[in-house]
Ligand binder design. Structure first.
Ligand code: B1M
Length: 214
């Protein structure tokens, strides 16, 4: 019987090799790939997210945990793809135009993947047209924008306007974050949600997908 708790613990400790071994062993035992994902990898990534939120671990620990998560995820992704397991949702994420800061955005992307989302990472310096393209042509259900500079925050509003002008605003949820971004700014520009850190970003995305599908 596979020990999903051991997978989660090894992930949280950033032990990529151990996670790979445990996931391989679980698959050989005939364990369900979705169960390994949910009870092992996603559990571990969610728990490290909570520790990060509470300042009990810091960016380096989260990054090594994420690397360990990918060591396991890479083994089960092909199996999940074959089985056609639906992702929790599709998120297009990017750091907005003019902004090159990507550490926080990458953490958010990892937490989203760790929570079962398909993530389209548009990278840095992303303008409204690229976000729009991800919605219209790549099936993004959530647009997730990160900004670290006060000077680049207006692109978030421009992107929402671009979604409205293209007639797709009601088909997509918009979430924003980054050090200078606030809840009141999010409300002011008409975003659907704001979160202050990567763990809450994943919680917010899960809530927004539920709202979209309701
Ligand atoms: Co820059 N920089 N930087 N910088 N930099 C800041 C942001 C700054 C606050 C430093 C300062 O002056 N005290 C300041 C911005 C001032 C302002 O506008 N308010 C600043 C500046 C001015 C600049 C330059 C203009 C400097 C210059 O060239 N004169 C320049 C701009 C370049 C550009 O983007 N066009 C610049 C460049 C750089 C580096 C390239 C050197 C480097 C970035 C490297 C990289 O990202 N690959 C850098 C860094 C590292 C920083 C600081 C030191 C750290 C940022 C970081 O990675 N934090 C930063 C000072 C600081 O914040 N203390 C600073 C760690 C990261 C985990 O946190 O990104 O906040 P954060 O993400 C968090 C949350 O905010 C949230 O979750 C994350 C995890 O919990 N979150 C989201 C983030 N995105 C989210 C999205 C969501 C939800 C939550 O939903 C979609």
């Amino acid at each position: 019987m596979a020990d999903y708790r051991a997978i989660a613990d090894a992930l949280m400790a950033g032990r990529a090799k151990k996670v790979k071994e445990l996931v391989e062993a679980a698959l050989q035992e005939g364990c369900n790939a979705e169960e390994i994902l949910n009870q092992g990898l996603i559990t571990g990534m969610s728990e490290i997210g909570v520790l990060f939120k509470n300042n009990e671990v810091y960016v380096p620990e989260v990054l090594v945990a994420a690397r360990a998560m990918y060591a396991g995820l890479n083994l089960i992704k092909p199996i999940l793809a074959e089985k056609d397991v639906a992702p929790a949702g599709v998120v297009a994420i990017g750091t907005v135009k003019g902004d090159l800061h990507d550490i926080g955005k990458n953490l958010v992307a990892m937490m989203l993947e760790g929570n079962g989302f398909k993530v389209i990472d548009l990278g840095i310096d992303v303008g409204p047209e690229k976000f729009l393209d991800a919605v219209v042509n790549q099936g993004a259900q959530i647009v997730a924008m990160s900004a670290l500079l006060t000077t680049t925050m207006p692109t978030m509003r421009d992107t929402i306007v671009a979604l409205e002008q293209a007639g797709v605003r009601d088909k997509v949820k918009v979430m924003v974050g980054g050090a200078p971004v606030t809840d009141s700014f999010a409300k002011e520009i008409g975003a659907d949600g704001y979160s202050s850190d990567a763990a809450s970003a994943a919680e917010l995305a899960l809530r927004l997908i539920k709202e979209l599908e309701a």
